[in-house]
Ligand binder design. Structure first.
Ligand code: F3S
Length: 108
């Protein structure tokens, strides 16, 4: 009796995976880069809001009220103090990742 050739299945490589993978836990590339900035910092991290992009969604001020405040004139966000206060790093990361307009960024 003739033997059939054995079929060897290979694990899919990274390039063959579906591009529609769900985002990783704990945020994607952007969240990791913000965490890296905060982890590797030697100087205080600074945060800024791009006033051109901000549309007044208010999430940042709700998440980190000690860092962001809303202007009375138009309801858009502004940074209270450019330097992130100690203990507010996690809230700032969450605010960066929550802003639907991507108007918040950190500067190291
Ligand atoms: Fe503006 Fe984004 Fe905050 S749109 S009010 S910076 S959540």
């Amino acid at each position: 009796m003739a033997r059939l050739p054995q079929v060897v299945r290979k694990e899919p490589t990274r390039s063959t995976r579906s591009p529609r993978r769900p985002p990783r836990r704990g945020g994607g590339r952007r969240a990791r880069s913000v965490r890296r900035v905060l982890r590797d910092r030697r100087q205080p991290v600074k945060v800024r809001v791009d006033s051109e992009r901000c549309q007044g969604h208010t999430l940042c001020a709700m998440i980190a009220p000690e860092v962001f405040r809303l202007r009375e004139i138009d309801g858009h966000s502004e940074v209270i103090d450019e330097e992130v206060p100690a203990g507010q790093e996690t809230q700032v990361i969450e605010a960066v990742n929550s802003c639907p307009e991507r108007a918040i960024s950190t500067i190291d």
